[in-house]
Design a protein around this ligand. Structure first.
Ligand SMILES: NC(=O)C1=CN([C@@H]2O[C@H](COP(=O)(O)OP(=O)(O)OC[C@H]3O[C@@H](n4cnc5c(N)ncnc54)[C@H](O)[C@@H]3O)[C@@H](O)[C@H]2O)C=CC1
Ligand SMILES: CC(C)CC(=O)C(=O)O
Ligand SMILES: [Mg+2]
Length: 358
């Protein structure tokens, strides 16, 4: 099969982990006789440095022409410590999501058994946890009106949702629940927020179309607690942009590390595949970042955008095999991991590639 992929590695460890993801794509193309062609594009801090714009038009044009996008991360400490900066790397990521209409962000939380002891949660609580988050990605407080008033001493961000925005993500989540354990948890803050009351209303309206799906509503504060107390109670979770952003970083601890969580952002056109983590300034350039979230993002691309189930499974199996062999990056190593099995980013990638080329 012929596919055209745009690689947008971005900032910080985005560069390091995406290099491994790209090698995995190459290995899959070779093993299964596919023709993957590539283009690269700028985003975030590196795009600001080169063009003054965190999301150059060229990046959008190339992305629109792609079959899929492999994305790394954006962010730079310079901006994190300068609240007054008007042009910011994160605008690049928000901008590409909006421009491509990528309204549904799928974040699977799946624990590899080998990592049971890598999490700070007790193994008996974790074992068997398997959650699929649907995070709405192009609305909410990230895209609502924001600004300052009273000579800059008052600031506001608007949490805003329209009915159609809620409907389309909720339908996707129900459809996914039908292919899984048929449980859907909708997370909101409807006891306080009007946008959440609209959200809950829409879920209640759509639910009768899926009589086989058991629906529950949780307030976001309680959902945050239940995720750690009893992660196995969740199957599909659907929520807004802000709540989904926060809850999935929390849920990464169910999978052992931020470095393990992949995501797929889909809408009506191309798909964008990225780790859920950011540019991780604290480890950038050290060669220790876990590349498995990028590798697993490639698996999601193969499956969701290209319909290559066998290839996707081969990538997930390679990750499983590497973990079974005891290899770990620093973030998923525990006290029992032998020091010679703790690998850097590229060495971990090599282990994956060895299995895909065997
Ligand atoms: N999707 C994106 O591009 C995102 C970008 N950001 C940006 O990234 C920058 C850093 O933000 P943080 O809050 O520190 O979030 P972060 O996700 O970059 O890092 C959080 C913690 O997880 C660790 N971590 C993340 N990915 C890892 C990996 N692959 N392997 C091992 N450890 C890993 C980091 O070392 C850090 O201790 C900021 O500028 C922020 O705006 C943050 C989140 C998402
Ligand atoms: C720029 C942020 C919205 C990125 C982020 O934290 C995420 O998408 O998870
Ligand atoms: Mg996030």
């Amino acid at each position: 099969m012929k596919k055209h992929i745009v690689v947008i590695a971005g900032d910080g460890i985005g560069q390091e982990v995406t290099a491994v993801g790209k090698q995995v794509l190459d290995a899959i193309a070779k093993k299964y006789d596919h023709e993957f062609t590539y283009d690269t594009a700028l985003i975030g801090h590196e795009a600001i440095e080169a063009t003054g714009n965190p999301i150059p038009d060229e990046t959008i044009t190339k992305s629109k022409a792609s079959d899929a996008i492999l994305f790394g991360a954006v962010g730079h400490p310079k901006y994190d410590n300068d609240p007054s900066a008007k042009v910011r790397p994160e605008q690049g990521l928000l901008g590409i999501r909006k421009a491509l209409g990528l309204y549904a962000n799928l974040r699977p939380i799946k624990l590899f058994d080998e990592l049971l002891s890598a999490s700070s949660i007790k193994p008996e609580i974790l074992k068997g946890a398997d959650i699929l988050f649907f995070r709405e990605l192009t609305g909410d407080v990230y895209f609502g009106e924001r600004g300052r008033k009273d000579d800059g001493d008052t600031a506001f961000d608007t949490m805003i949702y329209s009915r159609y925005e809620v409907e389309r993500i909720v339908i996707k989540a129900f459809d996914a629940a039908m292919t899984r354990r048929r449980k859907l948890c909708s997370v909101d803050k409807a006891n306080v927020l009007e946008s959440s009351r609209l959200w809950r209303e829409v879920v209640q309206e759509i639910a009768p179309r899926y009589p086989e799906v058991e629906v529950e509503h949780q307030f976001v504060d309680a959902a945050a607690m239940l995720l750690i107390k009893d992660p196995k109670r969740f199957d599909v979770v659907v929520t807004g942009n802000l709540f989904g952003d926060i809850l999935t970083d929390e849920a990464s601890q169910i999978a052992g590390s931020m470095g393990m969580l992949a995501s797929a952002s889909v809408g009506d056109t191309t798909g964008l595949y990225e780790p859920i983590h950011g540019s991780a300034h604290d480890i950038t350039g050290k060669g220790v970042a876990n590349p498995l979230a990028s590798v697993l993002s490639v698996a999601l691309m193969l499956d969701i955008s290209f319909g290559m189930k066998e290839e996707a499974n081969a990538v997930v199996d390679a990750v499983d095999s590497v973990l079974k062999a005891g290899f770990r990056t620093r973030d998923i190593a525990d006290a029992t991991t032998a020091s010679d099995k703790i690998l850097g980013t590229q060495a971990m990638g090599e282990q994956i590639l060895q299995r895909l080329t065997a």
